[in-house]
Design a protein around this ligand. Structure first.
Ligand SMILES: [Zn+2]
Length: 63
């Protein structure tokens, strides 16, 4: 409720840490958005996507 909104630079993609894009905000690409979606789904569909591919030099998430 009482959050203080600060002017910040673009938040990095929560998946790979790259700069996010408006199109896929807050992610950098549709792939990262899908990765996050799968997380929300609780991994019901264990599709090995993006995690092992580093076409954009992403780093594996730790959290
Ligand atoms: Zn990303």
């Amino acid at each position: 409720m009482a959050e203080v909104v600060q002017l910040r630079p673009k938040r990095p993609c929560p998946i790979c840490g790259k700069a996010s894009t408006q199109k896929f905000h807050p992610f950098c690409s549709s792939r990262c958005a899908q990765v996050d979606l799968h997380r929300w789904l609780g991994g019901a569909y264990a599709i090995p996507v993006a995690e092992t591919e580093d076409e954009d030099g992403g780093t594996p998430e730790e959290t």
